[in-house]
Structure formats: C-alpha cells, structure tokens
Design a protein around this ligand. Structure first.
Ligand code: SF4
Length: 479
C-alpha cells in the first residue's frame, strides 16, 4: 500500500529535509519547468483565455452559492438514471460506505475482494486504500503514476503527476523489484525507456482490469441536470476501470458539481491547457447512471463533505472550492519547486494545498497551521489559475486565523505590535528613540535574540541603522 501522510513533520522541517535532496530538486525542476513552458504556449493560443477564465470563475461561484439546490438536483438525476447516491459527512463514513458496497458484491468470496481504481484525489484524501486494506480488500491503482507510487510504497507529490519526484531509472527499479509481489512481474531485461516502462505497466494492469468486479473512481465534474459524471485522464486506464467492472463506485467531493452540460464547455477548454498543455484532453469519459448491456450494472455515487461545508462558510476561504485540480499553480510555484510535494503533508500539495488542506482539516495540528506560511506570496499561482483563485489572499487570511489561534510566539508578536503601535502614536518618543538608536548603532547585535527571531536572522542580514535618522536628514536638506 502507498505510504500515508500521518505523522508528517510541519512544513518548515519537511521542506528543510527536501531541499537537501539534489535528485528530488533536479527531477522537480526539470518536470515543472517543462510543463509550465508548454502551458504558457497552449494558453497563449486562445484569444479568449481571459473570458474563459472569468466564465469558469463565475460558474463555480454561482454553483457554490446554490450548492444545496444543485446537490439535490444531482441526486434526483442520478437516481432517475439508475444510480444510487450516498452522503458521507467525513472520511470515516465514506470509507465505511465503500467497504460495505464492495463486500456486498463479493458475497463472501475472498477471490473477489479486490478493486481497481482510476486516479482519484478524493479517495486519497480519505485514505480509502488503507481503510479497504483493513477490511481485507486490495485496491489496485491503475493510473500509471499512481501505480508507481503504490508499488514504491510512496506518497503522491503532485496533483497531476503523482510520481513527479521519480526519474525513469528509479521507476525501472521499482517495477523490477515490486511488480511480481502484486501480480504479473516486469520483464527481466526491462530498461528505463518510456515505451518499455509503459508496456510493462500495461501488461501488469491488464490482468487486473479483466478480473476486477468493482471499479472505484473520483470525478472531475458532476453535471446536476443529467446526473452525469466526468473523468478527464490521459492514459485510457481510467476508461477500463469505468467500463469493465460490474459495479462502479465514484467518490466525489460535493464541490465538483456544475449545473449544466453547457458549463462543461468552459472547463473542458481550460483544464487540459492548464494541466497538460493539451488543446483537448485525450480520454474524457462520461457516464450517466447505468445502461442495459453496456458498462457497469450498478453505479453508486458517494458524495463527500469532509470539511467542505465548513470551507464554504468562510467568505474568503471558500474560493479554494473552485479548484479544478489542474496543477498549474504547483508548476509555477518557487516554493513547491524546491520543497517538493511531500513537505505539504497532504494529498493536496503546492499553493492549492496550502489553502485547501488547512480548511478541510482545520489548523489544530502543527503541520496544518504551518501550511499558510508555505509561500512567498509572489502571486504566480493566482496569475495562472484558470478559475482565478486568489491564493495569496486566502493565504494571508489563513495566516490571520492561525495567528489569532495563539501560541507563545504569537503572543509575543502581538505584544511587540502593540508596543510599536503606542510608539508610532507618540512622535516625540519615536524621534528620541531614533536618535538614540542612531548614536548606539555600532553596539547593535547582528543577530536577533530568541528562538523565533534568531531563525529569521539566520538567513537574512539585519538592515544597518543609518548614522542620521531620516527626519533629521529631511530637516537639514528639504526644509
Ligand atoms: S488552484 Fe487553480 S491553478 Fe491551482 S490546481 Fe486549482 S485550478 Fe489549478
């Protein structure tokens, strides 16, 4: 099974480790720069990109503002099309529902206790694979990158390219040593050529597709008016999962809804260009309930909340729910490029992870409280976001919340700001202080004292105090 994020250290500590890994940094730099350059070209081809971006934002805003209405409409549409809708308030409930559904199809036959999965961030968010494993059900990832992550007992580090931190040589080694433990072994003379690696994965997965009774997916979009699910992927493995098994279970966050098919038109243009820099997505699978003599005979939709309604209640933070998981913000982020995805301690890494995870999970833990600070606020993420999420605005908003939450460092900061406020309110005191500071400038320390402040000056020089305060200079030269 893939590793989990449980027990991860806070971002600064994890990032400190990651930046020392030269291979990781080289892999990330090469991959993110390649994708970001291609994306820029793909986006520049469209004259109406700005309008599409605004339309995507407006559609999502509108849908979120009437989410209760559209969810009920979706439930009615899915049910009318032959599917069954389940509501899950949190990860535990969602996992329980899925495990029970899988067991119900197996009828006690242990041979059937396995499922194939198309890449799904929602199921990673709730730790579904681990929950199924605890029930004796093996979940096989079938997206190539997810397969690499699973075989390597690793964790995803990128939204779109979960194994972005691995190079071809590492992938060959994982396939050679691990594939045989899960099913068909890799060829003995496997090299690191992409074609050979893809063929090894294809043969390994094929037997799983043909045997599986249950497929599990997420969805990129859900269309309320018809109850249609949409999965956007590049390999075709997803389509095998969605069509071959007898039972299909889709676990989808409630924010993935769009009202109409017409709305999809916008996202099916902006998503591929933002994510893989393609004009059109290679495999876009859509299904509506069940169809006689074609595809799965049973379809279950598990609608997942898991912190989303709390996020929706926050007027600034709710824009994070507009995200269509294109990963463009990761590929331009200087912090992500150096720290890598694992440092974010969540299935959602990079700038979007820094605003989504603390809202879905809250900021009680050290790692979640550290995430809003995992940014230089340069704004590159906002510029590329196809639904115009103002990530820096949400980061600052969440920092305020974390600061209000308290802690000794924050109490000290508050006291210092209060003292500074008083001094700034008393110009005579400020002027006297400036003169004393200028006269004693040679005695000033080069580093700040205390654990928090000294960390700040470990990597920065304290600005030197001028020999003459500005107000004295002004009096002499300008009045
Ligand atoms: S926040 Fe915007 S840029 Fe980042 S993954 Fe989501 S939609 Fe893409």
């Amino acid at each position: 099974m893939s590793g989990t994020y449980l027990g991860m250290p806070a971002f600064p500590e994890a990032a400190h480790e990651a930046v020392r890994n030269d291979t990781l940094r080289a892999n990330l730099r090469h991959a993110t720069h390649t994708i970001r350059d291609k994306r820029a070209v793909a986006v520049a081809e469209l004259d109406d990109w700005t309008e599409l971006r605004e339309a995507g934002k407006q559609i999502k805003e509108h849908t979120l503002s009437r989410l209760d209405h559209y969810l009920v409409q979706l439930e009615e549409s899915v049910t009318a099309a032959g599917g069954t809708v389940h509501w899950a308030a949190d990860a535990e409930e969602a996992n329980r529902i899925v495990a029970d559904l899988v067991k119900a199809t197996g009828e006690g036959d242990t041979e059937k206790r396995e499922v194939v999965k198309v890449k799904s961030m929602a199921t990673q968010e709730i730790g579904l694979n681990e929950a199924l494993e605890a029930e004796g059900i093996a979940a096989y990832e079938t997206d190539l990158a997810e397969l690499i992550v699973q075989l390597g007992e690793d964790r995803p580090s990128h939204i779109l390219v979960p194994a972005i931190h691995r190079n071809r040589g590492e992938i060959r080694d994982i396939f050679r040593s691990e594939m045989e433990k899960w099913g068909r072994a890799a060829p003995e003379n496997l090299t690191d050529s992409p074609a050979e690696l893809a063929e090894a994965a294809r043969l390994h997965l094929r037997e799983k597709f043909l045997r599986a009774e249950v497929g599990i997916s997420g969805a990129n979009f859900m269309v309320a008016e018809t109850g249609t699910m949409v999965v956007v992927e590049s390999e075709g493995n997803g389509r095998m999962c969605l069509t071959l098994p007898e039972t299909l279970i889709s676990v989808v966050g409630i924010e993935k809804i769009v009202p109409t098919w017409r709305d999809l038109e916008v996202f099916l243009q902006t998503l591929p260009r933002s994510s893989t820099a393609e004009r059109m997505n290679p495999y876009t699978s859509m299904w509506t309930g069940t169809t006689d003599a074609d595809g799965p005979k049973a379809f279950h939709l598990v609608l997942l909340d898991n912190g989303r309604t709390d996020t929706l209640a926050d007027e600034v933070g709710r824009q994070a729910l507009r995200c269509i998981r294109c990963s463009a913000c990761l590929n331009v982020c200087p912090v992500y490029e150096r720290a890598g995805g694992h440092a974010y301690g969540s299935v959602y890494p990079g700038p979007i992870g820094a605003i989504l995870t603390p809202q879905l999970r809250g900021t009680a833990s050290e790692i979640d409280a550290s995430l809003p600070y995992a940014s230089s606020l340069c704004g590159a993420c906002y510029d590329v976001c196809p639904v115009a999420i103002d990530i820096p605005e949400v980061l600052v908003h969440l920092r305020e919340k974390v600061a209000e939450q308290g802690g000794p460092g924050h109490r000290l900061e508050k006291a210092a700001i209060k003292a500074a406020g008083w001094v700034l309110d008393h110009p005579a005191v400020l002027a006297a202080g400036e003169r004393v500071a200028a006269k004693t400038r040679r005695l000033h320390p080069k580093k700040l004292p205390g654990p928090g402040a000294s960390q700040w000056t470990d990597s920065r020089d304290l600005p030197e105090m001028p020999a003459e305060p500005f107000r004295d200079w002004w009096k002499k030269n300008r009045t």
